[in-house]
Design a protein around this ligand. Structure first.
Ligand code: SF4
Length: 290
């Protein structure tokens, strides 16, 4: 059995920085809070919780130093923390901070902001808080029409299209084309592709691997939006794909019939989870040879 492991599998720069930082902080600080899930990965969260990190859903619940996770928070959280005199350890990824600055700048300049991404994703909820003008989150191509209607109703003459860091590159280009085609000719249209490089490379590599293997294994949290996108790409390009969080979820009988298997993993998947899957597949191989 040949196993192809994606070079991009596992923690991205931003998640690595946040997880390693929190692991260090929890050892050094007495009472430490984290606002929301640090990363979309159950195993990582459980380990940090065991070491004493307290996860909260609202800054109002903080009663000590509080960690801000990689995909950032709304502006109001900083204001509230200041008011409550809560010290923050801010692990917002620089790529996310860059989007906050872009939408802040363009909306101050009178642009209507169109943000591609999931409506419920905390990164986008954070980003939208930096818009001082009207804005909309475009999840799918079907949402474009609603945004166009809003732009027309508000008589906006300047529009910025930007994106969640982990959005699908293919969908972003489709939405750009659709918006461009539907906007009036006198509307100034600016496009800022803010999909982060780590996400772009991971999606491209997933497609390349999926095209040359018989089976794809996608490892990552079930609530991780970037892992879900990798699974969609794997499914589109390979006849058989599995989406798992941990090695135990694999059914070895399903896997044993394949000669060439690809492994990819989301940006918040720990190395250990990937290594356990590889070890399990190697075990299938040995049993196969006997
Ligand atoms: S996926 Fe990209 S933007 Fe998000 S934390 Fe990782 S490096 Fe930063």
């Amino acid at each position: 059995m040949e196993i192809i492991v994606a070079k991009t599998a596992g923690f991205c720069y931003g998640v690595k920085r946040a997880v390693e930082g929190a692991q260090r902080d929890v050892e050094e600080k007495e009472k430490l809070y984290c606002l929301g899930e640090l990363v979309h990965n159950k195993q990582v969260i459980e380990k940090l919780e065991q070491k004493g990190l307290r996860f909260i859903d609202n800054i109002e619940e903080a009663n000590g130093i509080t960690i801000i996770r990689a995909h950032g928070v709304p502006q109001q959280v900083y204001d509230k923390a200041k008011e409550k005199q809560i010290e923050l350890i801010d692990y917002t990824c620089p790529n996310v901070l860059k989007i906050h600055r872009i939408v802040e700048e363009y909306s101050k300049d009178g642009y209507y902001i169109c943000l591609c991404g999931s409506k419920k994703h905390p990164e986008n909820i954070g980003t939208i808080s930096y818009c001082s003008t009207e804005s909309s989150i475009i999840e799918n191509i079907e949402d474009v029409e609603d945004s166009i209607q809003k732009i027309k109703d508000l008589q906006m003459k300047k529009v910025l299209l930007t994106s969640q860091t982990t959005y699908s590159l293919e969908k972003f280009y489709q939405i750009e084309k659709e918006l461009k085609g539907m906007l009036d000719n006198d509307v100034e249209f600016v496009v800022k592709n803010t999909i982060c490089k780590a996400t772009e490379l991971r999606q491209k590599e997933t497609e390349q691997i999926a095209k040359k293997v018989q089976c794809m294994i996608v490892i990552g949290g079930k609530n991780s939006s970037n892992t879900k996108k990798l699974y969609q790409i794997a499914e589109q390009n390979c006849n058989c794909s599995f989406y798992i969080e941990v090695a135990e979820e694999l059914n070895l009988k399903d896997i044993a019939k394949f000669n060439k298997i690809g492994i990819v993993a989301g940006a918040s998947t720990p190395k250990q989870n990937i290594e356990e899957v590889i070890a399990m597949l190697k075990n299938v191989e040995i049993r196969d040879e006997k």
